[in-house]
Ligand binder design. Structure first.
Ligand code: PGA
Length: 248
């Protein structure tokens, strides 16, 4: 039985002091929430986030990591660093990282492997552009993203991964995919995973939808057969809205 995960992706928002205030407010609002709750905060906010979430049901994650253990990679953050400060999850391969920071399917795969090596749960993002959707290559494109991202992962490791299907045209645009559109792709991702592993494994992997998820559409999205929660950007910056999503 897959439990719904409400994951907030704060992106480049909130300072450490704002983080402390926000998580402190959120922890009361989501105490006893129906869904699992995760906040992915900017690197420098993580210590404040972990501290403010201590003893609550809020899990804390990062938004990126480097795929090497350590070394001459100016400005980068390692899995070991994240682990040591108490992060439990890490977003990998968000479309903004692919687009603005030249991440590729291969680096995404290396990062997924690295996260798992240090016991971090990867929230692996995939999703098509509007052009790809219009060219009707959505399924082929996402299958190829998934196949490369899971390359070399054992069944046991695959089960730890959370997949986030985020159509690029729906991110930050207010244009939510319909629940049917979102479920159709999430279901195809599950079929793809069943092809790589087996049905039982595929059925055990959580697949989230992301892209303009808000307090009004979350419940319907989360009720779909193959959608196991949401990766939420804008709406995760508003405590009241996000707490509704955590209970959707
Ligand atoms: P959004 O962002 O909810 O603001 O569309 C989602 C995401 O990019 O993870």
């Amino acid at each position: 039985m897959r439990k719904i995960l409400a994951a907030g992706n704060w992106k480049m928002n909130n300072t450490p002091s704002q983080t402390e205030a926000m998580i402190t407010e959120l922890r009361d609002k989501v105490a006893g929430a129906k869904n699992d709750v995760l906040i992915c905060a900017p690197f420098v906010c993580l210590p404040a986030a972990v501290k403010a979430a201590e003893g609550s049901n809020i899990k804390i994650g990062a938004q990126n990591l480097h795929f090497e253990d350590k070394g001459a990679y100016t400005g980068e953050i390692s899995a070991q660093m994240l682990k040591e400060i108490g992060a439990q999850y890490v977003i990998i391969g968000h479309s903004e990282r692919r687009e603005y920071f030249a991440e590729t399917d291969d680096t995404v795969n290396a990062k997924v492997i690295q996260a798992l090596k240090y016991g971090l749960i990867p929230v692996l993002c995939c999703g098509e552009s509007l052009k790809q959707r219009e060219d009707t290559v959505t399924f082929d494109f996402i299958r190829s993203q998934i196949k490369i991202a899971f390359r070399g992962l054992s069944k046991e490791d695959a089960l730890k991964v959370v997949v986030a299907y985020e159509p690029i045209w729906a991110i930050g645009t207010g244009k939510v995919a319909t629940s049917e559109q979102a479920n159709e792709v999430c279901s195809d991702i599950r079929n793809c995973l069943a092809g790589i592993y087996d049905q039982e494994t595929a059925d055990g992997i959580r697949i989230l939808y992301g892209g303009s998820v808000n307090k009004d559409c979350a419940a319907e999205l989360f009720s779909m057969s193959d959608i196991d929660g949401g990766l939420v950007g804008g709406a995760s910056l508003k405590c009241d809205d996000f707490s509704i999503i955590c209970n959707a």
